[in-house]
Design a protein around this ligand. Structure first.
Ligand code: UDP
Length: 348
């Protein structure tokens, strides 16, 4: 059986890091589309996680149609019996469409994730991939329940979230690696990431972010996504003096920052998951979230940037949060392999 895993962005490289070596025991190839292509959004992660794509398409786009055309050309050459896609990126949808076109089986990892808001661009992508997938691997019981309410045709499994294995394993290494290094970090700080178009592309929201941050009494460490950096410059918005911005960090550096912060402010899906795994309180700077498990556990709370009440007060109320449950399971790469070995290989 020939297997192909398709990835195209930073979070996919990270989340697939422990599964790919296990899949490599089989006739397996990794196809990287190049949706994220700058060295600090791509190469740094392949290097640090010790991975290498077998096919690097260098598409440099997030447009679905050109991605689909390029992926299709390569899939026709490889002729896999099963294609694995992760999450809700344009690359994943393009790969799912291409997989169906060549008559391959499709595994969707991170199935059943929902924002419950069709205005969120990823929502349509997730629903479309879930409707095409033959095997839907859910990261949480919540996502499995969501799929049980939809007319899902494929086989549904609960595996847990692959981020748990990667995050736990690398957090230990990050702690050791940076332990003796004099990173110039304040004793107490909040960690901030912002990259979603609904926040980063809107000058009004960016200005509100600046005003909210200014009133927070903590230092804020802000690894800044290229899109957000460009827009802050474009709209001439200067971050307040309690905010230290950094280039996007490597994964180990990011985990070190997360492990040692008091709380994380983010609009990233992956960071909401990592926060609960590492037991860090999280404030999601959005009006909705696709990580409802973390909100139900009170480890995460929504605060869209256009709210006019005090973010600082919400920070103070969240810092003492006791997070004692991880909704995303453990040994997830092994659980995923078990399903591939027991069910998928038998079916194809
Ligand atoms: N991340 C990182 N360096 C950074 C910011 C984030 O390594 O400077 C990691 C983070 O730990 C998480 C992933 O990137 O695993 C999240 O990616 P992103 O926020 O781009 O995407 P999303 O999860 O929202 O799809």
């Amino acid at each position: 059986m020939k297997l192909v895993t398709v990835a195209g962005t930073r979070p996919e490289i990270i989340k697939l890091a422990d599964l790919i070596p296990m899949l490599n025991k089989y006739n397996h190839s990794v196809l990287y589309t190049g949706q994220h292509y700058s060295p600090n959004m791509k190469d740094i992660f392949f290097d640090e996680l010790n991975l290498k794509p077998d096919y690097d398409l260098k598409c440099n786009t997030s447009e679905i149609e050109p991605l689909r055309i390029e992926i299709l050309k390569t899939l026709r050459v490889i002729d896999p019996s099963c294609v694995i896609v992760y999450g809700d990126t344009s690359s994943s949808l393009a790969a799912a469409l291409a997989a169906k076109e060549i008559g391959s089986k499709l595994i969707h990892i991170e199935a059943g994730v929902r924002d419950f808001d069709m205005a969120v661009p990823e929502e349509g992508i997730r629903i479309q991939i879930d409707s095409m997938a033959d095997y839907l691997l859910c990261p949480s019981a919540f996502c499995q329940t969501v799929l049980s309410y939809e007319n899902t045709v494929g086989k549904i499994f609960l595996t847990g979230n692959l981020i748990v294995d990667v995050c736990m394993r690398l957090c230990e290494i990050a702690t050791k690696q940076f332990h003796d290094r004099s990173i110039d970090l304040p004793n107490e700080y909040l960690l901030l990431t912002i990259h979603r178009p609904e926040n980063s592309d809107d000058p009004v929201k960016l200005e509100m972010l600046r005003k909210h941050l200014e009133k927070i009494k903590y230092k804020v460490i802000f690894p800044i996504h290229p899109r957000t950096k460009n827009n802050l410059e474009k709209y001439n918005i200067k971050l307040p003096s309690n905010v230290t911005s950094l280039e996007p960090t490597s994964y180990l550096q990011f985990l070190y920052l997360l492990k040692n912060c008091k709380l994380v402010l983010t609009d990233s899906g992956g960071v909401q998951e990592e926060a609960v795994v590492l037991r860090k309180p999280c404030i999601t700077l959005r009006h909705t979230s696709a990580r409802w498990e973390t909100i139900l556990l009170k480890a995460n709370i929504l605060f869209p940037l256009d709210r006019t009440d005090s973010l600082s007060d919400v920070v103070e109320s969240m810092i003492p949060a006791k997070i004692n449950r991880n909704p995303y399971g453990k040994n997830v790469a092994k659980a995923t392999m078990k399903i591939i070995e027991k069910t998928v290989i038998n079916d194809v």
